[in-house]
Design a binder for this molecule. Structure first.
Ligand code: MLT
Length: 409
């Protein structure tokens, strides 16, 4: 008899963005004339940068010629991309990362979901609340979280991010083994300073813990005092790994390319207390379960590191940050207090009502999709996340409609 992995039955209904998609599709079916504007899932709308497209085309042509054709690529990514990442994304910011510590993949979502396979089943895990649901759900599937009751899984340690701590979680009171951090944060848009990040690195060192640092939104940082990478913090190499993605940086949500950095000296312990290499284990996992990102996609990603590429991705992120500024301004004028939207494409705000009710109201009365904060955890209840990824005219139209719906209430 084929039996189910019972842990899957502990998952809460559908994945947040699937539930949003479902409600949107139902509404559209009943209201075919409605022109819905999506400011829910953080999906980019601007096309790939010209420089990426040119590199993509050229690489596709290479695949059509026996002299330049490529079959399976190197397991962990092509050197041209790994070297460009190490140089531009890390060494240029004073972070000591080598090309062979960069492992190319098809998404930070996949990497952040898959990495938990390397850890023991009885470790203690701390997640922020609100949280990007993938960190939690992937551990639920693996049976590490216990059952769900009253908005939380029994075995997880929740790091509350609220207005009281400016949406930067405090260190856990006790000892945890694994910590997920995401800055600029999804969903709150909050950013962390170097001093605050150093406290996490120190905590991880003292407790032999590991930090999974998700920096998928780093391209939106404009405040130069903020860290771009956890590897700018001394001592982080032994206790942290970092994930980044080209999705939001260069419009690759549909193209798929990302990477995880695991320093060679990042350690994990066996049951006998012996140190082993996390890099080696991830290498082993990836070479067994993943065949790499296609050559043309890696060429397209590498193109962002040219001077023209840097200019183009800056313009793209400036455009979305322009949207974010409009969203912040509009909600602030309506009397809401906003977080994020300055070094982040997400704006997080307290609606003063149930977040799914607010979602339904916006969908019905403004035909605008936002993300209900409750979908990110208990601390998100009452909040919404508004995404700045859209065309300017859509953002302007959406804000007018939202204003009309809220003013008439
Ligand atoms: C989001 O809206 O939170 C993101 O688009 C999700 C993701 O990148 O997987």
């Amino acid at each position: 008899m084929i039996r189910v992995n019972e842990n899957y039955l502990k998952l809460q209904s559908s994945y947040l963005f699937s539930e949003i998609g479902k409600r949107m599709a139902e509404f559209q079916k009943k209201n075919p004339q409605a022109k819905i504007i999506r400011m829910g899932i953080g999906d980019v709308t601007l096309p790939l940068p010209r420089v990426c497209l040119d590199a993509f085309h050229k690489a596709v042509d290479e695949m059509g010629d026996a002299a330049t054709f490529k079959g399976y690529g190197p397991d962990l990514g092509y050197d041209f991309l790994r070297e460009a990442v190490a140089k531009h994304d890390f060494q240029a910011h004073g972070a000591d990362i080598n090309a062979d510590e960069v492992i190319i993949s098809d998404g930070a979502k996949c990497d952040s979901a898959n990495i938990q396979e390397l850890f023991a089943s009885d470790i203690t895990i701390a997640v922020p609340d609100p949280v990007y649901p993938v960190y939690v759900d992937s551990n639920v599937m693996a049976g590490r979280t216990g059952s769900y009751s009253n908005g939380r899984y029994g075995k997880l340690v929740y790091l509350e991010s609220t207005e009281k701590n400016n949406f930067i979680p405090n260190l856990p009171e006790g000892k945890v083994d694994l910590i997920y951090l995401c800055f600029p944060n999804n969903p709150t848009g909050a950013t962390i300073t170097k001093d605050a990040l150093k406290k996490w690195v120190d905590y991880a060192r003292e407790n032999k813990a590991l930090i999974i640092y998700d920096a998928a939104y780093v391209q939106f940082i404009r405040d130069t005092s903020l860290p771009q990478s956890i590897f700018e913090i001394p001592g982080s190499r032994e206790v942290a790994i970092e994930m980044r993605s080209y999705s939001k940086t260069a419009g690759f949500t549909g193209t798929r390319c990302a990477y995880t950095v695991i320093p060679r000296d990042c350690k994990i312990w066996t049951n006998k207390g012996e140190k082993t290499s996390l890099h080696g284990l991830w290498n082993r996992r990836q070479t067994t379960k993943f065949n790499g990102v296609s050559y043309p996609v890696q060429r397209a990603a590498a193109a962002i590191y040219t001077p023209e590429g840097q200019k183009e991705i800056r313009e793209i992120s400036d455009y979305y940050l322009g949207n974010a500024a409009l969203i912040r301004k509009a909600f602030t004028a309506l009397g809401y207090k906003c977080t994020g939207g300055e070094n982040s494409p997400y704006i997080w705000l307290d609606t003063g009502m149930d977040s799914w009710e607010f979602f339904d109201k916006m969908l019905a009365e403004a035909n605008v999709v936002i993300t209900p904060g409750a979908g990110f955890g208990k601390c998100g209840e009452g909040f919404i996340r508004v995404s700045a990824f859209n065309q300017r005219e859509n953002v302007e139209k959406a804000l007018e409609r939202i204003k009309a719906a809220l003013v008439k209430k």
